[in-house]
Design a protein around this ligand. Structure first.
Ligand code: SF4
Length: 403
């Protein structure tokens, strides 16, 4: 049983045993020298060189050509076992799969997007648009996972005004602005996106406009119809949020979930994918939140790998009590402020979902568009505070462990 309070969720939950002190994203530079130029990396290098003589490359701006050159330098240095400079890059991990799924005509778009996504937060570059936008179709959820802010009554009760579904008109306006300016759109944030009754229309409206459309879902509502909806549209990554390989632990963590239903839905998704969409390039990921030593990666892989391309755990950040966590001494700037922005169902724009009740937000799509918000004085003031080791002036940044 999960204990919650009107104010927050600070009561001890036995199942949450992990107590992270800092959440770091991206490469650890010390490890880069250990990367060797595998045949996969060497193929990427050759593909870039080959495509550089084509029209797509020749029509790039000087700024974008410079980004491509940072990959070339990166691959060259890795081949010599040298460390990369801060502004040099190679592809790694899931990017290798994504790159091999990318059409020749989109290769430079992909590289430029990954560069911005990975390095702008590190180099503290603010472009016209964020590298990624997360759009929340709904804030409601049918689960009450023990580690999630959905257990906070001051958030989940309708009377408090945080619950709702995005109007299709607002969704389309947002997509219209982002098309051609942003490559990565994630449909999800605080709620379960498949609860939106127009979810299929949303996907259809996005078709052909972005390189990296991702959906995060708990897989509980994945009917056959919805599976076809996902697989027949232009979705690059489907993430199923699943944290355990056995019924008992799964249902204790994902309160409201039923293990057999989730497993059955994921199996059905895989079956329909292989039977009806054999040429689909969609990447399917099972992604759990690591909160507990009972969650074993080898068991996760044994059970879920037949139905997914990747099985992974993400590090836990205590979202369950964002506003009640102790103030910490972290001074490093949070990379989210240079990587992503969140558009919530009601048009409110927020820098992250750790701040799930929008204490940080001064922005609304009714007043400004995303580019204006991303480049606004008050957004830059927030970045400045982080850069000047003053994130402790911001609630909840002062108690958040993201860097
Ligand atoms: S609360 Fe602040 S530090 Fe934490 S993720 Fe959000 S912006 Fe970053």
């Amino acid at each position: 049983m999960v204990n919650t309070t009107e104010k927050g969720n600070t009561n001890k939950i036995e199942l949450i045993q992990v107590e992270p002190e800092v959440k770091v994203k991206g490469f650890i530079p010390e490890n880069l020298s250990k990367i060797t130029l595998t045949s996969e990396l060497s193929e990427i290098q050759s593909r870039i060189i080959r495509l550089k003589s084509g029209d797509k490359y020749l029509s790039l701006s000087e700024k974008d050509k410079n980004i491509v050159s940072k990959f070339e330098l990166g691959f060259e240095k890795i081949s010599k076992q040298e460390l990369l400079a801060d502004d040099e890059i190679i592809l790694s991990g899931h990017e290798l799969v994504e790159f091999s799924n990318t059409l020749d005509e989109d290769v430079f778009r992909y590289l430029i997007y990954r560069y911005k996504y990975n390095l702008y937060p590190k180099l503290k570059i603010v472009d016209d648009y964020p590298p990624c936008v997360q759009i929340e179709p709904v804030s409601t959820c049918n689960f009450r996972c023990v580690f999630c802010f959905q257990t906070d009554a001051s958030f989940n009760q309708k009377k408090n005004g945080h619950m709702g579904r995005m109007d299709l008109g607002l969704f389309k306006e947002t997509i219209d602005e982002l098309e051609g300016n942003v490559e990565a759109i994630t449909l999800a944030s605080r709620g379960e996106p498949l609860l939106h009754k127009n979810f299929g229309e949303m996907l259809e409206y996005m078709n052909g406009k972005f390189l990296a459309v991702k959906i995060n879902s708990n897989a509980s509502l994945l009917t056959e119809k919805l599976i076809h909806t996902v697989l027949s549209n232009d979705v690059q990554t489907m993430v199923f949020s699943i944290d355990a390989a056995d019924k008992d632990l799964y249902e204790k963590l994902r309160v409201g979930g039923n293990f057999e239903t989730t497993l059955g839905n994921v199996k059905n998704y895989q079956k329909i994918k292989s039977e009806s969409y054999p040429n689909s390039n969609i990447i399917t990921r099972i992604s759990g939140v690591k909160v507990n030593e009972m969650q074993k990666m080898d068991e996760m892989v044994d059970l879920w790998k037949p139905y997914a391309d990747l099985v992974a755990f993400t590090n836990y950040s205590p979202w369950i009590s964002s506003y009640d966590n102790p103030v910490n001494e972290i001074e490093a700037p949070c990379t989210e402020l240079w990587r992503r922005i969140f558009v919530w169902w009601d048009g409110r724009v927020n820098p992250c979902d750790y701040d799930y009740k929008s204490y940080l937000s001064e922005w609304d799509m009714k007043d400004n568009n995303i580019s204006e918000i991303w480049n606004s004085d008050n957004y830059n003031d927030m970045r400045e505070m982080h850069l000047n080791s003053k994130r402790s002036n911001l609630n909840p940044c002062r108690s958040c462990i993201s860097t």
